[in-house]
Design a protein around this ligand. Structure first.
Ligand SMILES: [Zn+2]
Length: 98
């Protein structure tokens, strides 16, 4: 019985974290409820992942995270870029003027 309560608490926490970042509350509620600690960690990590700056590989054009030292597409070594691409979470935000 105690486990069910813990699962529900983690489910709610994970669901709220997921919802804040524009993901599905129900999806993260399920994940965090089924695997309480790891699910909540995943929900939080998901949030940070979406907030990371990105950059484009000069060789193959693949968009990777700014902290990647190697391109995940072609394996090229990447210098720290002069120009970063806005995090994914920014693109969801409505434009200030339509
Ligand atoms: Zn590449």
């Amino acid at each position: 019985m105690a486990y069910v309560l813990i699962a529900i608490c983690f489910g709610l926490a994970g669901g709220i974290v997921g919802k804040i970042k524009g993901s599905s509350f129900f999806l993260w509620f399920l994940i965090s409820g089924l695997i309480p600690v790891l699910g909540l960690m995943a929900a939080i990590a998901y949030r940070f992942e979406r907030d990371e700056l990105r950059r484009q590989c000069p060789r193959c054009g693949r968009v990777t995270k700014i902290y990647d030292a190697l391109c995940t597409g072609c394996g090229a070594e990447l210098e720290f870029p002069d120009v970063a691409i806005a995090p994914e979470s920014w693109e969801r935000s409505p434009a200030p003027h339509a």
